[in-house]
Design a protein around this ligand. Structure first.
Ligand SMILES: O=C(O)C[C@H](O)C(=O)O
Length: 498
């Protein structure tokens, strides 16, 4: 009989805490290597600049011990518990994990953003400590506990898709067709994972779990496929990149740095297929507890980050004074123009927009004016030390489409976010002589360096979703929708499609 290993509950908590702090700050080395390659090979200037900003921001996160993205994610844990393990303590494994999440996200030196909301159908109250995690437990033969810990951003999780295909239907065609329609809210360049088989929920789990496998597409391309699944991975990799979506949907050569495929036997009548994207904030780690105390990860070597040519990033950018900006000034802006913004902007995202809509529908005055203002869709991380704000990258604008007309009616000049707008919003923006700008999703630390002051304006109870006024200096953005309704998210991929 295998000897019994005792693993202390608090050691699980400490391991989870340390791993979450670690993955919030450090990109995985395999992803960094692939992103560096993508940066070196990218021919589309806009996409290359976006990848450069992500890499630069990633280095700032690592050296400054701050989160690489303002969305520090929903914690997902795949636990493999050996049957010869006894957990010493009076809590469940999931509760020890949740204690680790709480401690990691409330860390005084490096607080992470609490994004989880309880009562998701109705009140959507922020739990304030990012609990609970989603913990999957599997027992296996062995005397260790293996934890695969991930912090998945909401933007990429929102683009998870599922279908039940007919047995003879092509998985590759469905995946490519679906990725084409996903837009850029999942923050490419990243990974696409495909789970095929089992039942509906099994396919989703297969896809989620496979996202955390080592990135080995380069190796696979070199040695060639040795199975049908590897052939499918290669086919999907080629076809998805040929769509031309590119970094941030700006059009370019690299949309995915790897594609994963996992499968499981299924019913003769079924072919469940799950698609799971992973954004540029590729955050996960595997740790194994052996009953010898908590486990800690070693920081990566700083040589992993490439040198980014900053002059290339800012060349040809127009400086814009937001405090004197008029509708007229924006009429020369074209999709793809790169701007450096200085002046005051308001912030607001999902919950703030809903609150504004509710107040307006009740005929109540707003606590701030939106007339001739620029709004940035962001939920920043709380500041530490002498920071005015923590990492503060853009959130997906598409979710704010339902409120576009309302905001335009209030006199908004321009909106800043990430990813494409829907056709209705694009048309409305153009009709109002307004514009839509994008910052780089995944470059949150870099963006925060352009914010010189932050002031809470309203809706404090919404936490990270409250309305703030930022003063920015040389904040880099790209024109995504211009005053004539042209969109970079249509023009860019069409140009780079192969
Ligand atoms: O919540 C955020 O800050 C961003 C979100 O992950 C998104 O990509 O839309």
């Amino acid at each position: 009989m295998m000897p019994i290993t005792t693993i202390r509950g608090p050691d699980i908590t400490e391991t989870v805490r340390a791993a979450l702090q670690f993955i919030a700050v450090y990109h995985t080395p395999d992803y960094l290597r692939q992103l560096t390659l993508a940066y070196q090979n990218e021919q589309s200037p806009a996409a290359r600049s976006a990848i450069g900003q992500i890499l630069e921001s990633s280095r700032l996160a690592a050296t400054g011990n701050r989160p690489m993205c303002q969305d520090t994610g929903m914690v997902t844990v795949f636990a493999k518990v050996g049957q010869s393990v006894v957990i010493d303590g009076d809590k469940s494994l999931a509760d020890y994990v949740n204690d680790g999440v709480r401690q990691a996200y409330l860390d005084v030196g490096n607080p992470l953003r609490a994004s989880m909301v309880a009562d998701p159908i109705f009140a959507r109250r922020n739990t304030r400590d990012n609990t609970p995690a989603v913990t999957h437990v599997e027992t296996c033969v062995g005397d260790t506990i293996e934890l695969l810990i991930a912090a998945k951003g909401g933007g990429s999780e929102n683009k998870a898709r599922y279908t039940m295909l007919n047995p003879a239907a092509s998985v590759a065609d469905w995946v490519v067709g679906t990725v084409e329609k996903l837009g850029a809210g999942w923050c490419p360049p990243g990974l696409i994972s495909v789970g095929v088989g089992g039942s509906a929920e099994k396919a989703m789990l297969l896809a989620k779990r496979a996202l955390m496998d080592e990135i080995d597409m380069g190796e696979l391309q070199q040695r060639g496929p040795s199975s049908k699944e590897e052939e499918l991975r290669l086919e999907l990799f080629e076809r998805i990149n040929a769509l031309g979506i590119g970094a941030q949907g700006l059009g370019g050569l690299t949309t995915v740095v790897d594609v994963k495929v996992a499968s499981y036997p299924t019913h003769a009548a079924s072919k469940p297929v799950a698609l799971m994207p992973q954004c540029a904030a590729n955050r996960h780690a595997k740790v194994t507890l052996r009953g010898e105390g908590p486990v800690y990860l070693d920081p990566p070597d700083l040589d992993l980050w490439p040198e980014i040519d900053r002059s290339e990033g800012t060349a040809g950018m127009h400086r814009i004074d937001l405090d004197s900006l008029t509708r007229n000034d924006m009429q020369n802006w074209k999709p793809g123009d790169r701007l450096l913004l200085s002046g005051k902007i308001l912030t607001g995202r999902d919950a703030a927009h809903k609150r504004i809509a509710d107040m307006l529908s009740r005929g109540e005055p707003l606590p701030f004016s939106l007339k001739d203002r620029v709004i940035y869709y962001v939920g920043p991380v709380d500041p530490v030390g002498d920071e005015v704000v923590g990492p503060a990258g853009p959130t997906t604008s598409t979710r704010m489409d339902a409120y576009t007309q309302m905001m335009l009616d209030q006199g908004i000049l321009s909106m800043i976010g990430k990813a494409e707008r829907g056709p209705d919003s694009t048309e409305r923006i153009a009709k109002a002589g307004a514009t839509y700008l994008i910052a780089v999703g995944g470059a949150a630390v870099l963006v925060s360096k352009a914010i010189t002051s932050a002031r809470l304006i309203a809706f404090e109870d919404l936490g990270m979703e409250a309305v703030r006024e930022f003063e920015v200096r040389n904040m880099p953005v790209t024109v995504a929708v211009d005053g004539s309704g042209q969109s970079i998210h249509l023009l860019g991929p069409a140009r780079w499609r192969r």
